[in-house]
Design a protein around this ligand. Structure first.
Ligand code: NAD
Ligand code: G6P
Ligand code: MN
Length: 449
């Protein structure tokens, strides 16, 4: 069996140890000969890498391990790049959330003005990773889950149309794990789903078991009462109280269109007033993550390094991240697994822009994804999606042409923003906060090559 060389880009991520443990747990399905970590923050990565090295020594000493900030070392001799970078790190996430909130607007990592700001930072970072990969390992595939995935996907469609990059999100996975639990199934893979939308902006339209029985009625009954809240969920990533509130709020999101089951992220678009009222402008999700997951993961890694052993370590395998192995296997072994990916519409949704990047089921094989046909979507979703696709396209357009005007339009068009006046105030604050990360924007039209 061929063994693969895997590079984790964003090696210093809080998710790296959980993913490394998950990869080690799946070596029988996806054998690895070399595992490398790459980050542009040497110090941050060193803590995670120091612990991962010890984990590997104990569990799979045959795997060659390297952590580096040197792109050539990192990207040479690689089969898969698993990319999860956060350009600007949590310090900038905190501003993405707090700046809009100061203006009474939703402050969120990937939705609304915060997501737009993050997108303006991520585009350059992800393009850089693609260029390194193509230079040093031209046959490799990038499995990207760096956010905001919708904007990143639109940017790579437009600027690197032939690159081997697959954009994927774990939110549907987490929700489907909860659905399986509601239904009393052992595994979400016992469900066959139909779903359409954009990233963090979609709906399940059909869920059946392997015999073709309709599972939607039972799910709807639960969601109408409890949203996606379930006791002791197997999803060990989305566990904080704020996530429970989001899963519960899916009840109200569902009520708006009881023909479908919604993605949790729609709450930011349908109930922005509620979200703002329930936000603390001084303490947002970024603060929760820095005090929670980041402290925990880095603390555990430091202990492993100090003890030169994982004994007693509380780091846990990120089981829900196994979808990344499913995706790598689909490419490596031509498994034709059915997965939700963010791909160019190209007519899958008949009544939507063919160039929109949509999240839909695809059959994935060694040549990449083959999207399934969705057909026509209802007026409600069509209207919402056209607006949101335009936001995402305008952000990329603004980045490409360095246009202040286009970015102002993008923020104005976001359903989370009440007026062009508020959009401009937020934009001007975001420009100031992001001056080390965004390209310089011009108020007059200029042509940038
Ligand atoms: P984190 O800040 O802990 O980790 C990100 C790492 O990326 C940091 O170590 C940082 O130094 C590094 N980095 C930043 N810019 C870089 C660049 N240009 N080149 C190389 N490395 C760079 O963040 P996290 O909370 O662990 O999340 C990591 C990423 O994964 C985020 O983009 C997050 O949104 C994303 N994520 C996506 C999904 C999904 O569903 N698609 C799920 C979970 C997390
Ligand atoms: C979900 C989404 C990701 C997002 C994450 C944020 O998993 O699919 O795209 O990055 O939530 O989680 P956090 O715990 O960092 O707020
Ligand atoms: Mn996501």
């Amino acid at each position: 069996m061929k063994k693969f060389s895997v590079l984790i880009a964003g090696g210093g991520s809080t998710f790296t140890p959980g993913i490394v443990l998950m990869l080690l747990d799946h070596l029988n399905k996806f054998p690895i000969r070399k595992l490398k970590l790459y980050d542009n923050d040497e110090e941050r990565q060193a803590t995670i890498a120091g612990a991962c090295e010890i984990i590997l020594k104990e569990r799979a000493p045959e795997i060659e391990f390297l952590a580096t900030t040197n792109p050539e070392e990192a990207f040479t001799d690689v089969d898969f790049v698993m990319a999860h970078i956060r350009v600007g790190k949590y310090a900038m996430r905190e501003l993405d959330e707090k700046i809009p909130l100061k203006h009474g607007v939703v402050g969120q990592e990937t939705c609304g003005p915060g997501g737009i700001a993050y997108g303006m930072r991520s585009i350059g970072g992800v393009l850089e990773l693609i260029d390194y990969m193509e230079k040093y390992s031209p046959d490799a595939w990038m499995l990207n889950y760096s956010n905001p995935a919708a904007i990143v996907a639109e940017a790579t469609r437009r600027l690197r149309p032939n690159s081997k990059i697959l954009n994927i999100c774990d939110m549907p996975i987490g929700i489907e794990m909860r659905m399986a639990q509601i239904l009393g199934l052992n595994d979400r893979k016992e469900m066959n789903v139909r779903y359409f939308g954009l990233n963090h902006f979609g709906w399940w339209t059909e869920i059946r078991d392997k015999d073709g029985n309709d599972l939607m009625p039972k799910l709807k009954e639960h969601v109408a009462k409890h949203g996606y809240n379930v006791p002791n969920s197997a999803d060990n990533q989305h566990v904080d109280q704020s996530w429970n509130e989001t899963f519960l709020k899916a009840r109200d999101v569902y009520a708006l269109d009881p023909n479908t089951l919604p993605n949790t992220y729609l709450k930011y678009y349908f109930f922005p007033d509620y979200v703002v009222e329930h936000s603390n402008p001084e303490y947002t999700r970024a603060n929760e993550v820095m005090e929670g997951r980041e402290k925990f993961v880095f603390g555990e890694c430091r202990k492993i390094i100090e003890n030169q052993s994982t004994e007693g370590s509380k780091l846990h395998i990120d089981e829900h991240a196994a979808y990344i192995v499913d995706l790598a296997r689909a490419i490596a072994y031509n498994t034709h697994e059915r997965m939700l990916l963010i791909v160019e519409n190209k007519g899958s949704i008949i009544n939507l822009d063919p160039t929109a990047m949509v999240e839909i089921p695809c059959i994935v094989g060694s040549n990449g994804p083959e999207p399934l046909s969705i057909g026509e979507i209802p007026q409600f979703q069509k209207g919402l999606m056209e607006q949101q696709v335009s936001v995402e396209k305008l952000v990329v357009e603004a980045w490409v042409t360095r246009s202040y005007q286009k970015l102002w339009q993008a923020i104005t068009l976001s359903k989370t923003v009440p007026s062009a006046k508020v959009a401009k105030e937020i934009l001007d604050d975001l420009i100031e906060a992001n001056k080390d990360f965004w390209p310089e924007l011009h108020k007059d039209d200029v042509v940038v090559s």
